[in-house]
Write a protein that binds this ligand. Structure first.
Ligand SMILES: Cc1cc2nc3c(=O)[nH]c(=O)nc-3n(C[C@H](O)[C@H](O)[C@H](O)COP(=O)(O)OP(=O)(O)OC[C@H]3O[C@@H](n4cnc5c(N)ncnc54)[C@H](O)[C@@H]3O)c2cc1C
Length: 288
């Protein structure tokens, strides 16, 4: 349980961090809250010879709510969950991070670390997908924006380039007629998602569902949108039958993982149950 030896750098700016990544290449790894990386180092699943600590970069944890919700990559779950501005503009985001791990994890873990790590059981990827969030990353060529739909490539793998640092994640603010919810079946010890479902709905002037987005995490190798459920819900009145129909097709077209906590079959069944709950809750919020 002792990591292999590494050099430690604590850059003061993102540019310095990018420079260090360029300089040390594959030998280097960024560290933020350390709640995914440190266990991997201690188990020697990862043995970088250089650690670049982004938690000392000034301003990387800034939260700005101004038409949209922009969360600095270094913002901790605790900071996000306790932000009145986030709770008012994008309540589901605050609710999601408040359910991550325990106090220690929420005090240290960061939004940037979570999305960069892309753990198959992580909560935030589902919410990022359902809300259409975007990730801003900075590399040697400057900044670029990565839509949540393009971010999660496969298990523990994202669209980030090796020399890129996530600097912020932007979510939309939710207005009248919009609602979103995150429902998870949590692993009782770690609170990771055995199955987690995020749903977003927007009602049209006629009260019908104009837009729906649903995403599942925890069940398979990566978080994924549920296009069949979204299509089943869009254009309907969002009544009980429509919600049931959308839930019935959830998870039919995705890969599953089974482990000591839950079999593939159980996860497949729970995706439908939690999709129904998440959509029903999102609809109730959209209707005010
Ligand atoms: C006991 C326990 C329970 C947990 N329960 C949950 C849970 O219920 N739900 C959940 O979602 N997660 C859970 N986690 C994981 C936790 O959320 C981690 O904090 C998160 O996965 C990683 O964030 P971090 O800031 O700790 O990143 P780190 O561990 O420091 O880094 C993780 C990865 O992200 C990279 N990285 C970090 N910051 C950046 C950046 N700015 N740009 C680019 N790459 C970056 C690192 O290089 C590394 O590869 C749990 C962890 C523990 C230990």
């Amino acid at each position: 349980m002792i990591p292999s030896e590494f050099q430690y750098f604590a850059p003061a700016t993102v540019d310095e961090a990018v420079g260090l990544l360029q300089q040390h290449g594959d030998d280097a790894k960024l560290i933020a809250g350390g709640h995914s990386l440190l266990p991997a180092l201690k188990l020697r699943l990862s043995s970088p010879s250089v650690l670049i600590d982004v938690s000392k970069i000034g301003g990387l944890d800034t939260i700005t709510v101004n038409g949209s919700v922009t969360i600095g990559a270094g913002a901790t779950y605790r900071a996000i969950a306790s932000s009145d501005a986030v709770r008012g503009a994008c309540g589901v985001l605050a609710e999601c991070v408040a359910q991550i791990g325990d106090n220690q994890v929420r005090n240290r873990g960061t939004i940037g670390g979570s999305l960069a790590h892309a753990d198959p059981a992580a909560d935030l990827p589902a919410v990022a997908l359902a809300l259409g969030a975007s990730v801003t990353a900075k590399g040697p060529g400057g900044e670029r924006s990565i839509g949540a739909d393009d971010m999660f490539v496969e298990m523990l793998t994202t669209a980030l380039e090796p020399n890129e640092v996530i600097i912020a994640v932007t979510f939309p603010t939710l207005g009248a007629g919009e609602g979103a919810a995150y429902e998870k079946l949590r692993q009782p010890a770690s609170r990771y998602a055995i199955v987690g479902v995020a749903a977003y709905v927007k009602l049209g002037a006629d009260g019908n569902v104009a837009e729906a987005r649903v995403a599942v995490t925890g069940a398979g190798p990566k978080a994924v949108r549920q296009s069949a459920s979204e299509a089943a819900l869009a254009g309907t009145s969002g009544d009980e039958a429509a919600v049931a129909a959308a839930a019935a097709v959830a998870g039919d077209d995705m890969d599953y993982l089974g482990d000591i906590h839950a079999s593939e079959e159980y996860r497949r069944a729970m995706v439908k149950v939690y999709t129904r709950r998440a959509i029903a809750s999102a609809l109730a919020r959209a209707r005010g």
